[in-house]
Design a protein around this ligand. Sequence first.
Ligand code: HEM
Length: 233
Amino acid sequence: MFLLKSKWLRENWLRAITHVGAWLPLIWLAWRWRANALGVDPVTTLNNVTGRTAMLLLLLCLAATPLYIVTGWRQGLAARRALGLYAFLYAALHFANFIALDYGFDWQFILDDGIQTKPYILVGFAALLALTALAVTSTKGWQKRLRRQWTRLHWLIYPSGVLIMLHFFWQAKAAEKVEPLAYALVLGLLLVVRAPPLRKTIIRWRNRSRVAQRVQAAPPERAARTTPPQPTE
Ligand code: HEM
C-alpha cells in the first residue's frame, strides 16, 4: 500500500524496475553459491547465467529507441544508460568467470585451449572490448569532452550486439542453434526499425493515427473544426 502511494515510486517506477531487475540474477547466483546449489557444474552455471543476462540487458537497452519510434513512449530512453552499464557488468563477470574459475588464470592454457580451439571466444572478446569503451565513456563528462565523437563512438553498440549474437550462435551445439537464431532475429528487427527511411515512415504513421484518434474522440463541433475541409464537387 505504501509503495502504491509513494510519489517517488510513481515517478521513478521504471528506474526502480531497471535497478532491482538487473541485480536479481546476481543476487540469485550469490544465494545459490552460498547454498552450494549451483548444480553439478557451477562454473558452467555461472558462465551461462552471466552471459545470457548480459545479452538480454543489451537487447533491452537496444529496444528503448525502437519502442519510442513505434509507440512514442519516451520514458524508456532514460533507462538506456543503466541497462548498458548492467550489460557491461554481467559481461565482465562472464569474462572473469572464464579466466579465473574456468581456466584458473593459466594464460598459456587460455591461449592453447581457450582461444585456438574455440574461436568464438575472440568474437566475445571483441564485443567485451567495445562494451568496455562504451561503459567508460558513458558519463556526462566524457560526453562533453568527446562531443560529436561521442555519438560516433557509441555507435559501437550495434556491431557489439551483432558480435554477441555471433558468439552465442557459434558456441551453441548444432541441436541448440534455434535459440541464438531467435535472439539474432530480435536484434535484427530492433536494428532495422532504426534505419532512417523506416523510422521516418513509422513516425509519420504514428502521428497520423494519433491525429485521427483525436478527431474521433473530440466533441462533434470541435471535430468539425479539426477535420480538414473536404473537396467539394
Ligand atoms: C572475452 C570475452 C568472452 C569470453 C571469454 C566468453 C566465453 C564464453 C564461453 C566459454 C561460453 C560457453 C561455451 C560453452 O558452453 O561451451 C560462452 C557462452 C556465452 N556467452 Fe560468452 N564470452 C565472452 C564474451 C561475451 C559477451 C560480451 C557476452 C554478452 C554480452 C557473452 C554472452 C554469452 C552467451 C549468451 C553465451 C551462451 C550461454 C548459454 O549457453 O546459456 N559472452 N561465452
